[in-house]
Ligand binder design. Structure first.
Ligand code: A2P
Length: 343
């Protein structure tokens, strides 16, 4: 059996660590793994599949030695510099950053939605934004059935999506709150590593950079990536993305207008059949998806499915997924699995 050589770039990060966990769960035909990070982590030991691996510093010559595939999750600048070097050496890169997502010759793939797109790659495949991945898993089957005319996204995004510094800001905020409430003399040494304001006990309507048009880059990513993945470049979409004090799993309220009339029963039927989607919606027993229950799963959970009575053919849904698994690591590994199965 052919065994492949795989690089994981950004292996020490939040998504990189989850990639290792997901890879351990799968039985992929990989004979050699090499884990890269920055010079800060070079020499650090990582446990993987009952072995200990030494993290290597990513350098320009790192891909000289015959890698077949690389999973990148080390940010846009690292991807822009090293992904082309890797692909020039015959290594297919699956990149989790936004660096290449909107390039015409780079497939932007969610395997359940547009899996066939991977076969048109030129050495780089992009993993979509976490919020986009979970949204399109629910939206694609609805688009096929009723034709989506307009989407309004409102997101409630967990701090893990902002990497290890985002997690630290919430942990520090919680620690600071409890110490100061129990001890009047407590002097806070708390400083923010990631967010411009405390995230504990707050909601920040600000994810990624602000753009000149008043939107954030995260909002722009959701709009453009949804259009690309659904193959509808002119689809009317607007978005407000918000960071909330939740450790893991993003929630989204999605308002949709369809071209066609629909029966609510049919919407349930379509979503129940959709690959990678679990309908969890029973208001009678107060059953709906919440981050603490969804974390650790690869499926996208859909709840609160109800008609929007304020417009013609309108629908509201609540969509929750583990942003580090399905929104990043698992989606990237699923792309890898699909690529390998092609050979
Ligand atoms: P390092 O741990 O050495 O900083 P997160 O966003 O969760 O903090 O993870 C970012 C990941 O990207 C980490 O593994 C980090 O490595 C890695 N990374 C950041 N900059 C570089 C770089 N220039 N080269 C290689 N890996 C990088």
């Amino acid at each position: 059996m052919v065994k492949y050589k795989l690089a994981v770039v950004g292996a020490t990060g939040v998504v990189g660590q989850k990639m290792l966990e997901v890879l351990e769960e799968k039985n992929l035909p990989i004979g050699e793994y090499v884990f890269f990070a920055s010079s800060r982590s070079a020499g650090r030991k990582l446990r993987f599949s009952d072995d200990t691996y030494c993290v290597k510093e990513l350098k320009e010559d790192s891909f000289d030695n015959g890698f077949d595939f690389a999973l990148f999750s080390a940010g846009g600048d690292t991807a822009l510099k090293y992904a082309p070097i890797a692909s020039e050496h015959g290594c297919v890169v699956i990149d989790n950053s936004s660096a290449f997502r909107m390039h015409d010759d780079v497939p932007l793939v969610v395997p359940e939605v547009n899996g066939k797109a991977i076969y048109s790659h030129n050495g780089i495949i992009a993993n979509p934004n976490c919020s986009t991945i979970q949204a399109v898993c629910a939206l694609k089957p609805l688009d096929d059935a009723f034709g989506i005319k307009r989407i309004v996204y409102s997101t409630y995004q967990a701090v893990s999506g902002a990497g290890s510094k985002g997690i630290h800001d919430l942990e520090n905020g919680i620690r600071n709150y409890y110490h100061s409430s129990m001890d009047d003399e407590f002097e806070s040494t708390y400083s923010l590593e990631k967010f411009p304001y405390p995230i504990f006990n707050n909601c920040l309507p600000h994810i990624d950079k602000f753009l000149e048009n008043g939107y954030t880059k995260e909002e722009e990513k959701m709009i453009n990536e949804t259009r690309k993945i659904l193959g509808k470049p002119n689809l009317a979409i607007t978005a407000t993305t918000v960071r909330v004090p939740v450790f893991n799993s993003h929630c989204e309220s999605i308002n949709i207008e369809f071209e066609l009339e629909f029966e609510l029963e049919k919407v349930f039927e379509v979503l129940k059949k959709a690959p990678g989607v679990i309908v969890q919606d029973d208001i009678g027993s107060e059953l709906y998806a919440i981050p603490t229950e969804v974390s650790g799963h690869d499926d996208v959970f859909v709840s609160r499915i109800r008609r929007d009575f304020s417009v013609k053919n309108g629908l509201n849904i609540w969509v929750v997924a583990d942003n580090i698994r399905k929104g990043a690591a698992s989606n990237a590994v699923q792309i890898l699995e699909k690529l390998i199965s092609k050979f």
